[in-house]
Design a protein around this ligand. Structure first.
Ligand SMILES: Cc1cc2nc3c(=O)[nH]c(=O)nc-3n(C[C@H](O)[C@H](O)[C@H](O)COP(=O)(O)O)c2cc1C
Length: 209
């Protein structure tokens, strides 16, 4: 299966077979997340793999009792480490060493990041966290399709309850619950807006298609 087919055949899956997921498949999903791109290579994503039935039941309750949460054999709880954004000097050094960025990035970019981080609000960090972690989560989602697994992004949950259930410290934010399992349904494509409603030419509103 190529990427294009994975994108076109992926659905949010809410019914799963009870079969356990082999560890190599779970590792492949997590490895796909690890390889995602992120701003300044921050890699703020953190994942908790939940297989325990009691914990899954608690997470389902925290997610307003959405039944697909517990139906899945595993839930990957996708989080962001807000402290990761303060580790930019190390990340920039690594990028320079790897040849991705030129040496002068240190003088030009680090002071810019330093200034930004000295006044950054938690809301702004959350926006950055959401963007970066979403990419990693979607890597998992698409990789899952290729190996015959289904997933469903779940964002409708009580954040403080999820954090309490999983002993998540304050600087870690929950970005999504991702139930994963063998699909037990084969849904048709869900509706989408047409390209003419979402794509513009040259300026916002300019007709492209
Ligand atoms: C950020 C995000 C949050 C979502 N939250 C939930 C959720 O809490 N519960 C749920 O059942 N589906 C959730 N979904 C799945 C969407 O309902 C689904 O992607 C959309 O209806 C399109 O269907 P499709 O994914 O099958 O194409 C979420 C999807 C995204 C991307």
């Amino acid at each position: 299966m190529d990427v294009s087919e994975a994108i076109r055949t992926r659905r949010s899956i809410r019914k799963f077979k009870p079969d356990p997921i082999p560890e190599e498949k779970i590792k492949l999903l997590l490895e796909s997340a690890r390889l995602a791109p992120s701003g300044t290579n921050t890699q703020p994503w953190r994942f908790i793999v939940v297989k325990d039935d009691d914990t899954k039941a608690k997470l389902q309750r925290a997610a307003h009792n959405q039944r697909h949460v517990k139906r899945a054999p595993i839930i990957i709880v996708c989080c962001a480490d807000l402290k990761a954004f303060r580790e930019y000097p190390e990340r920039v050094d690594e990028l320079i060493e790897s040849g991705a960025l030129p040496e002068r990035t240190r003088e030009v970019f680090i002071p810019y990041l330093e200034k930004g981080m000295s006044t950054v609000t938690k809301d702004a960090l959350m926006v950055a966290a959401a963007a970066n972690v979403a990419i990693a989560v979607e890597h998992i989602v698409l990789q899952a399709v290729e190996i015959g697994l289904g997933t469903c992004w779940v964002r409708w949950y009580e954040d403080n309850k999820v954090k309490e259930i999983l002993d998540i410290p304050d600087h870690i934010e929950v970005m999504a619950l991702l139930p994963v399992g063998i699909p037990d349904e084969d849904p048709s494509p869900r509706p989408r807006l047409s390209l003419d409603k979402i794509v513009f030419s040259e300026k916002y509103g300019g007709k492209y298609i």
